[in-house]
Design a protein around this ligand. Structure first.
Ligand SMILES: [Mn+2]
Length: 336
């Protein structure tokens, strides 16, 4: 899939030289509950993105809006164990988290979040201390379980592992499917703020809760990673995701969340991921919805740059970056 054969995000040309936005594909699927095909999701999303309009209304410009955008060769780890796969993903990501470009990761199941957190440690604004980082999570599920079927790196534990890694705060929205254990962690861990879909989607009280969510985003300070599990959207929009759930966010609510986050005056969105992208066969709706959101994120990043709200924190360097040799997951968990 080298060169011309690989579809590019939004169908844009790959140039040479510096990279402003890196599209990183993590076709990883190890523990998804009962859906199939999230491993094929990133490429389906990139293919669907070629049908997304380049014009962004908020930006008032066509993408790439002066940015050098690169669709990077997908991660293709074939390591024999889950922990080695996590190491391999972190190694693939780290070279793109140096602060000189904006990395947008496409998954793959939500289990990609722990390696993304390891990569985020390398961002200069995080400075190897994840307590500096806020994670904003759009999701149907809390992803706060200690383990699922004995696996602590299951997609159902993604947010719990990010907290265990030491992130400063976790803001969740769209949440509507969670266990008693997860509910208890939401209540007990002061770093977690959860906006339940039951509240934000309420016909009578929803607007009140939704405004509170947007105000919460506006008050964030410091570096932020945005993780969008597309099952946070209502299941009717993303029927091919691993675990579609009714009662979720509308497309415009996710759009508004992206806008509010990227325009928060004291926050810097340093990276983002869109995960649990499934491949819908009867219609491209699922992968196209993911592609529209990916384009929204890139446009919001471009707008932040144009306002001077995002500045490269390292000298820009070229397209070809060697994977980093990372062994943290297998080293710290190998004996368990
Ligand atoms: Mn999730």
């Amino acid at each position: 899939m080298e060169g011309e054969d690989m579809p590019t995000f939004l169908g844009l040309d790959q140039g040479e030289g510096d990279v402003d936005v890196a599209i990183l594909s993590l076709p990883y699927e190890l523990t998804t509950s009962y859906g199939q095909g999230t491993a094929l999701g990133p490429m389906a999303c990139i293919e669907a993105s070629t049908q997304v309009e380049l014009y962004d209304a908020q930006l008032g410009q066509d993408l790439p809006a002066g940015l050098s955008m690169r669709t990077i060769q997908p991660w293709n780890g074939e390591e024999p164990t889950l922990l080695e796969q996590l190491d391999s993903m972190a190694g693939y990501l780290i070279p793109w988290f140096r602060g000189d470009c904006f990395p947008l990761c496409l998954g793959g199941e939500h289990g990609i979040l722990p390696p993304i957190m390891e990569a985020a440690r390398h961002h200069p604004l995080v400075d190897n201390d994840l307590s500096n980082l806020t994670v904003v999570q759009i999701d149907a599920h809390g992803d706060l379980r200690e383990q699922l079927d004995g696996e602590k790196y299951s997609h159902a534990c993604a947010a719990a592992r990010a907290l265990d890694a030491g992130i400063g705060s976790l803001l969740q929205v769209g949440i509507r499917a969670y266990s008693k254990e997860e509910h208890e962690r939401m209540t007990a861990d002061e770093r977690i703020t959860t906006f339940l879909a039951r509240d934000t989607q309420s016909l009578c009280q929803g607007v009140h809760h939704w405004k509170q969510w947007l105000e919460t985003l506006s008050s964030i300070e410091g570096p932020v990673h945005l993780t969008i599990d597309i099952d946070g959207l209502d299941g009717s929009l993303v029927p091919a995701t691993g675990t579609p759930v009714p009662g979720g966010l509308t497309y415009w609510q996710v759009h508004e969340t992206i806008q509010a986050l990227f325009t928060a005056p004291n926050a810097v969105v340093v990276s983002a991921d869109i995960n649990e992208i499934g491949v819908q066969e009867d219609s491209p709706l699922t992968q196209f919805t993911a592609a529209m959101l990916a384009a929204n994120v890139v446009a919001a990043h471009a707008s932040a740059r144009q306002r001077g709200a995002w500045n490269a924190t390292a000298p820009t360097s070229g397209f070809d970056r060697l994977p980093h040799d990372f062994t943290g997951f297998s080293a710290s968990n190998g004996g368990e």
